[in-house]
Design a protein around this ligand. Sequence first.
Ligand SMILES: [Zn+2]
Length: 216
Amino acid sequence: MLSRDHLLVNIGVGSLLVAGPVRVLHEAGLGQAWAVRLERVMDVALGWLCAPWPAGGGWTPAWPWTALGAAAAFLLGTVAPDVDNPRSLVGRHFRWLPLGPHGGLTHSLWVLIGLAAVVVLVPVARPLTASLWLGWALHVLVDRPSRSGWAPWWPLNLGRHRWRIVDMGGVDVVVVDGGARLYRVGSGLETALALLSSAVTGSLAVWLALPVLRGA
Ligand SMILES: [Zn+2]
């Protein structure tokens, strides 16, 4: 998927991930029983994510900066996996990096597992690394049903995920046969699916946030 389409999909999902908890906090404040229960779960999750910050569920001056940093890290994670593609938004600035073929290492589970380890082991950076991980994971997930397929354990050929390298317009691309083959990379269908996804998630986010915005 093109970086632009990844941004469309992830910004939609990201807005939903912000609007959902904001709505829960709002409804919990109004005394809705379901929201009060969900708020307790969110408190545990947020406490783990922002452990080094003296948040305690309340407001501190560090919150806006943390939120801004997390959003930036999420967007970075959205486009970063395609650093292995010399034609992509990020990759064109890092052609000198020896990352192997497009769709290889940076799209593998190795990188996601490595990043997850950093999220768990370095609490002080967790709001940023967890957001980076989420953007990255969504990128890999959305790339998966493309016609190029997915080689999760690249460069190993494990199970039915057998990969080969194909020259696509001067870019070496890892191609795995089989799989969903939902769209061709860079096609009109890809952009249409990305637009549809962001329209659905974006509208849902607005719907969730409306009572909060109205103060109702
Ligand atoms: Zn990609």
